[in-house]
Design a protein around this ligand. Structure first.
Ligand code: PLP
Length: 292
């Protein structure tokens, strides 16, 4: 299995973009999560017996950790808020696939969720590892540094001087460590989960804000993972241009990128963050809302 990714060219709205195809590295551990979990991919299977994590029940991180644990033969315990009855009866998307990969789901009533997570964080046992929500952890740095070296080698090969790297943010872990690793380049990102303030606060937990990291915000407010005609339109346009992105992070990042593209001078390298495994459930939601 390859551990590096190639770069493709994508022409859209008359402008050239380069796409770092991290979505193609591993069929199960999708782009962003492959990089963030790489130190675990690289860890001997005998090191752990069990991984634990927590978060949303359609999370890409959940699915990727489930795939990693299956590959390694590790148990995987995942804590989430109570799953709605209809979803439990017939799980879909990332949840269905993670359960099929052997994930053990532990449901907690919403009112008790926060306390349960605090308890998880204090838990310790030999050969057990807690992966924080979304893989937001300093251990992510190892794999992101590898990505940064690939990007820099590509840039030097192509003698590109003004390079902007673009990638969407949830916890901001990817954008943050990329900016730290490539101080002479500019990293552009957008908050997909909360607003600029939320993202900056998440990043500050990792360290001081790098000067070369710029947060772009859309002129219109969008709610996390809520179907939006603008995002659907953006997603379709990209797909027709030749590359499929995810409907949550990718669609939001490209949307704001085009809002502000005229102000970005120089070459743009978009780091594809993967996440295609979530598209089926998102498309279902678009259909349910009558948007498709
Ligand atoms: C998790 C994820 C992100 C966000 O990554 P962070 O490092 O948490 O900012 C972006 N895109 C996709 C597809 C993801 O699954």
């Amino acid at each position: 299995m390859p551990t590096t990714s190639g770069v493709d060219r994508l022409v859209i709205r008359g402008r050239d973009f380069y796409i770092k195809r991290d979505d193609l590295i591993d069929p199960l551990l999708s782009g962003n999560k492959y990089r963030k979990l790489y130190s675990l991919v690289d860890t001997p299977a005998t090191r752990y017996r069990r991984l634990i994590s927590y978060g949303g029940t359609q999370s890409n991180a959940m699915f990727s950790i489930a795939a990693l644990c299956r590959q390694k033969g590790w148990l995987f315990d995942y804590t989430a808020k109570t799953v709605p009855a209809h979803l439990k009866a017939s799980p879909s998307g990332n949840l269905r696939m993670a359960l099929a990969l052997g994930m053990r789901l532990h449901e907690v009533a919403p009112a008790a969720y926060q306390a349960a997570i605090e308890k998880l964080k204090l838990q310790s046992a030999p050969a057990m590892l807690l992966v924080p929500q979304g893989g937001a952890d300093p251990m992510a740095r190892f794999g992101i540094d590898m990505l940064a070296r690939e990007i820099d080698a590509w840039r030097q090969n192509h003698r590109i001087s003004r390079l902007h790297i673009v990638t969407p943010s949830g916890t901001g872990t990817m954008a943050y460590y990329l900016a730290c690793a490539l101080p002479e380049l500019i990293v552009l990102t957008t908050p997909v989960v909360g607003d600029r303030g939320y993202l900056a606060a998440q990043m500050e937990r990792l360290g001081a804000m790098p000067h070369n990291l710029h947060i772009l915000e859309s002129s219109r407010k969008h709610h996390f993972a809520r179907p939006s005609p603008e995002f659907l339109h953006m997603w379709r346009e990209l797909k027709e241009a030749g590359i499929e992105f995810d409907l949550i992070y990718g669609a939001a990042m490209w949307h704001v990128l085009f809002e502000q593209a005229d102000r970005i001078d120089g070459t743009i390298l978009y780091v594809h963050s993967g996440g295609l495994s979530g598209n089926a459930t998102m498309l279902e939601r678009y259909r349910h809302k009558g948007l498709i």
